[in-house]
Ligand binder design. Structure first.
Ligand code: ADP
Ligand code: MG
Length: 713
């Protein structure tokens, strides 16, 4: 009986001892940020002037005074050791899906078999991990194994704990011997610098007093949780993060009863543990809820400075995985772990600020209105000119399955503004045309003639990949397992370029013509780039057809969506802002395409193994059992039941034949590395296997079923 394991898994869940119910006691969060080397710890462990210098770098972007590195290292070590750390690591984000760390202990032998805990300025500032086995797309060959990690003081050091110890983690950037980037953080930092400079330049045009520019991110994270006992019986989940087989059960998400539903105690216990761990790391976990698909959930933080938010999201994913494990659960971050129900995304809420002013806040006074509309137009221009580049940041083998299906935005990039803003855009176009009739001196960029914008000017549209949501843009295409670094790197760069495009015009305008120039510039932009705005239903087929008419790119698969990285205009743009050199863009293309192909091959191989070693024996037994029964029934001479048996035996035989046939095809496609065929053949194989799941004796089925994994926990 092959389903013994399935039954054991269910029993294990049923027999879990009940968790005791929380006894009310006053809640505290005095542990918030306790495992981060934050401003408080800096002030406690560093001399006053050193702390001030470090804080100036962190808060105001002042170049780090190299002479303080030794003192900072010492203070960081003292703090970490006080918090139980024995090791430190440079923590970085290579071109894989995860983060990387190599631990060194603070232990440093001195004479007579004694040791002290030591950590120098050099240890803090640079690391030289043997980097030969990280993806580099040919930038760094194995004989030049060296890579460098460089301390990023703008993202605070933190402590990671495990059962019997702790490690000081220092966020770093990672580059090659010759300085080419090998990670996701360096380009992000470069793009932030570029965008911040463009913001300052634009604000200067508007005569706004000098402030600190900022870029903010709030990354909503969706995920699935299933019981570990099921997970361990699904080689596809273990190897690829998604189910390659599995028939959707009769009830999944159609009743819309999971979204925002009451959260099961086992899940709430998990969520609470996640939050406590995140709060200790100073990560502002804020929102938790059930998502649309069964067993799907979401966590969202309060938005933060972009660089920190990107690092924090990596830690959110890691914490979700680890706390799940502690709770006998597995957290699936894959974009489409289950066919037929919603996939998981990562909504990238992005905005820019100047001092305390959110530049994407429409505001209530004409000046803020005008700045808002200028920034909005810059974004419209940037996204229209480089929609393909933005799209390239959210392609992956997992996201190919998610985009364009079950409540995920399509692969066409467009902007949602809502009716009210679209009306204002109309106004800009018209106002510009009927220029002469108004009194000189009034700001006529469309808004001053309209009532002030209410704060929540926009309706919600969940079907748009890039939606204005009141005071920020929400980029919804990125997948749940991805780092937010790439989407924001390109978003920053294309917006920097468009802000500069506008500033250049405004700088040239004589003072008396300033408003006229703003108006005509915005008008020209809107007229030219309006095609990128779409307020309708992004899930509809009509939109895909309409988008094609408008000439918007529709890059459906990863190989297509990566091509924009090679595009000459795109390469010129990112080079202009010092974000990526041509070599770096080319290498990224190589790395991501190779990664995609490698993953596809793994999927093909594991699908084959499951089909031949787990499913085929069941299909064979099914056929053998039925044909034996048919032979026996025939020999008794009894007619009743014979026709039913004959039909069943025939279909069992046909299924077995089809299974063998598609397995052979898939095997050939994998061997020949014909990637499009691998995808097609895997789909065909899935159809046969899912049919078998329905038809064969439930007691024989070797893989946990959707109705078990998604509903029993
Ligand atoms: P919804 O699910 O309705 O889109 P959520 O509250 O789940 O909204 O998430 C919204 C996210 O946007 C939160 O992480 C929030 O902190 C973030 N956010 C709000 N304002 C800004 C801003 N100015 N810049 C960046 N992110 C923001
Ligand atoms: Mg949300």
């Amino acid at each position: 009986m092959s389903n013994k394991n399935r039954i054991r898994a269910i029993n294990r869940i049923v027999e879990r001892p009940a968790d005791s119910v929380f006894e009310a006691k006053p809640a505290t969060i005095d542990y918030y940020g306790i495992d981060v080397f934050n401003e408080d710890s800096m002030r406690k462990y560093l001399a006053k002037d050193t702390a001030e210098k470090l804080l100036a770098t962190i808060n105001k972007g002042v170049t780090l005074d190299a002479s303080i590195a030794g003192d900072v290292a010492h203070a960081m070590k003292e703090w970490a050791v006080d918090r139980g750390a024995t090791h430190y690591t440079h923590w970085f984000q290579p071109l894989t899906y995860g983060t990387a760390e190599k631990h060194d202990s603070f232990v440093s032998p001195v004479s007579h078999g004694r040791a002290i805990m030591a950590f120098s300025g050099k240890n803090l500032v640079v690391g030289e991990p043997d980097a030969s086995s990280f993806p580099s797309g040919g930038i760094r060959s194995t004989f030049e194994a060296r890579g460098y990690t460089a301390w990023d003081p703008t993202s605070p050091a933190f402590i990671k704990r495990h059962a019997n110890g702790a490690t000081l983690c220092i966020p770093t950037a990672f580059c090659s011997y010759r300085g080419e980037v090998l990670d996701k953080k360096t380009p992000l930092l470069r793009s932030m610098q570029a965008l911040k400079e463009s913001i300052v330049r634009l604000m200067r045009c508007f005569g706004v007093p000098e402030e600190t520019p900022g870029i903010t991110l709030g990354a909503e994270q969706e995920y699935f949780l299933i019981d570990e006992a099921f997970y361990l019986q699904r080689p596809d989940l273990v190897q690829t993060g998604r189910t390659l087989f599995g028939a959707p059960p009769p009830k999944h998400q159609q009743l819309e009863d999971h979204y925002f539903g009451s959260i099961k105690p086992r899940i709430l216990k998990f969520m609470t543990e996640v939050e406590v761990d995140l709060w200790k790391l100073g990560i502002p976990a804020k929102t938790r809820h059930n998502e649309v698909a069964p067993a799907q959930f979401e966590i969202a933080p309060m938005f933060e400075d972009l660089n920190m938010a990107v690092d924090h999201n990596m830690l959110v994913m890691e914490t979700l995985r680890q706390v799940a494990e502690r709770n006998g659960l597995v957290c699936l971050m894959h974009e489409k772990p289950f066919a037929g129900v919603n996939g998981s995304g990562k909504h990238n809420n992005w905005s820019i600020s100047y001092g305390k002013r959110n530049l994407l806040d429409p505001g209530t006074d004409p000046e803020q209105n005008m700045i808002f509309l200028t920034v909005l137009s810059a974004i419209i221009r940037g996204v229209d000119l480089h929609a393909d580049l933005l799209r390239s940041t959210s392609c992956s083998i997992g996201n190919d399955l998610r985009l364009g299906s079950s409540e995920a935005p399509p692969s066409v990039i467009s902007i949602f503004l809502g009716d009210q803003l679209e009306g204002i855009i109309d106004q800009i176009v018209k106002e510009g045309a009927s220029n002469g009739s108004k009194k000189p001196g009034t700001l006529r960029v469309g808004v001053n003639t309209l009532p002030p914008l209410p704060l929540d000017a926009t309706d919600r549209n969940r079907t748009s990949p890039f939606a204005f949501t009141g005071n920020k843009f929400e980029f919804r295409a990125p997948g749940s397992s991805m780092s937010c670094a790439a989407p924001n790197t390109f978003l920053n760069t294309i917006v920097a370029d468009s802000l500069d495009f506008i500033s250049e015009k405004l700088e040239k305008a004589p003072e008396k013509d300033f408003q006229k120039t703003v108006q005509s510039t915005l008008r020209d932009i809107v007229v030219k780039h309006r095609r990128i705005i779409f307020n309708g239903n992004g899930y509809s087929d009509e939109w895909v057809a309409e988008a094609e008419k408008r000439g918007l790119p529709n890059l459906k698969t990863t190989p297509e969506a990566l091509k924009p990285l090679l595009d000459a205009d795109n390469q010129k743009l990112v080079a202009k802002y010092g974000v990526f050199s041509k070599v770096e863009m080319d290498s990224r293309y190589e790395v991501f395409l190779y990664d995609y192909h490698r993953r596809l091959r793994i999927e093909g191989e594991i699908a084959l193994e499951i089909a031949t070693s787990m499913v085929r024996p069941v299909a064979q037994n099914d056929f053998a059992r039925l044909s034996a029964a048919l032979a026996e029934a025939t020999s008794t001479g009894i007619k009743e039941g014979l026709s039913g048996l004959r039909v069943a035996t025939k279909s069992a035989g046909a299924r077995l034949d089809r299974l063998t046939e598609v397995c052979d095809k898939l095997k050939a496609a994998v061997a020949a590395e014909k990637y499009e065929d691998i995808i097609k053949d895997m789909e065909a194989l899935r159809a046969v296997v899912d049919e078998l799941e329905h038809e064969v004796d439930d007691q024989e089925w070797p893989l946990p079923k959707y109705r078990e994994m998604l509903f029993i926990y």
